[in-house]
Design a protein around this ligand. Structure first.
Ligand SMILES: *Cc1c(COP(=O)(O)O)cnc(C)c1O
Length: 356
């Protein structure tokens, strides 16, 4: 039974993408692989808004999130924390054995530029991690405003996770002065899990060269060396790279700006639906995610039972709240290939199953 995913990751994968994954295997040091990698590079650079090379890591996003700590932190990292994924980053920093401090706000609240400025002004930091779109609570942090503050602290590497926002809105890496921009395959890109895609600024690569203990698998210097020959350090997940190429074909056929507008529109449709039914939103106005909606369960619906009815009757699922927000919120993704028609079908099915 195919249950259609409207959870914010992994999200629904198209038949076309699955077919692309079935292409014959090739050697990862072959000319065929180099041609495959080279063919996707310019479009990835366009989506990243960078002239820097884009790297492919056979891992989930966490590999590169941890790698950023191991490659860039010589003194101390400031981990901006506003939800499950960003909170975890502090724990990961500590496990990597680097000095780390958290800038914690309440789940559901955004990280504000003034808070970052104040924290960094204490001195001693040489890296900062930020999750652009905190998927666990549907908060979208004000990236351009934060980037403006980061420009006052040139010694602090600016690491930005865009796992659930990449390609759904413009995130121009070079203009914003981002040092590491990373995303994963199974959310905004609508691919199966297992591939992380990232780019590293020149100064961040220079920093990495001075850092001991970078390890091998996520060593940015190794990625750069191999990428120069259109290769990856170790054998990559080639089926997902085929899938990525197919997805890039889709994205550029639709048009990048049209894709952005589609995400904004679908998100607004979900917001209108929730508002019209008396629901509120978990994130404050102006800081809501554009690729998913985290709805506050102020009507005190039995969310788990609702989702069970939705699944059984309509073969669709939404998310019933992340971690400690289980039951208090629910989340609806509008990432990937959704259209007004498919989102309309979901919202109709949610209405149909709301009352038990
Ligand atoms: C899902 C998610 C992650 C973690 O991704 P993995 O693929 O599990 O490594 C990190 N950051 C954000 C914003 C996410 O939504």
């Amino acid at each position: 039974m195919h249950i259609k995913l409207f959870i914010p990751g992994p999200i629904e994968v198209s038949e076309k993408t699955y077919r692309a994954m079935g292409e014959p295997m090739i050697g990862h040091r072959s000319g065929d692989f180099k041609a495959l990698y080279a063919s996707i590079q310019p479009r990835l650079q366009t989506l990243f808004g960078t002239t820097r090379p884009v790297f492919l890591s056979t891992s989930s996003a966490w590999g590169v999130m941890e790698g950023s700590i191991r490659n860039l932190v010589g003194k101390k990292v400031l981990n901006c924390m506003c939800g499950a994924f960003s909170d975890k980053w502090l724990d990961v920093s500590k496990r990597c054995g680097v000095a780390a401090e958290g800038l914690q706000v309440e789940w559901g609240q955004p990280i504000l530029p003034g808070q970052i400025e104040k924290a960094l002004a204490q001195g001693g930091f040489d890296a900062l991690t930020l999750i652009h779109n905190e998927t666990s609570c549907g908060v979208r942090n004000p990236l351009p405003e934060i980037a403006a503050v980061m420009k006052k602290f040139p010694e602090v590497m600016f690491v930005v996770d865009t796992v659930s926002s990449f390609s759904t809105e413009p995130i121009p890496m070079d203009d914003l002065g981002i040092d590491v921009l990373l995303t994963g395959s199974q959310k905004a890109l609508a691919l199966p899990p297992g591939l992380a895609v990232f780019a590293v600024s020149e100064r961040a690569l220079d920093r990495a060269r001075t850092i001991e203990g970078r390890g091998y698998y996520f060593d940015f210097v190794e990625f750069a060396k191999n990428q120069a020959e259109d290769m990856t350090p170790s054998t990559p997940v080639i089926p997902l790279i085929y899938a990525l190429r197919s997805k890039l074909d889709d994205i550029f056929a639709e048009g990048v700006e049209v894709r952005h507008a589609r995400h904004a529109k679908l998100n607004a449709i979900v917001h209108d639906w929730a508002r019209a039914r008396g629901f509120e939103f978990f994130a404050p106005e102006g800081y809501s995610s554009l690729s998913l909606t985290c709805v506050k369960n102020n009507r005190e619906v039995d969310v788990a039972a609702w989702i069970k009815r939705l699944r059984e009757k309509h073969h669709m699922v939404i998310d019933g709240g992340y971690g400690k927000l289980k039951g208090q919120t629910f989340r609806i993704s509008n990432m990937g290939d959704e259209t007004e028609e498919t989102v309309g079908l979901l919202l109709g099915a949610l209405d149909d199953t709301l009352e038990g």
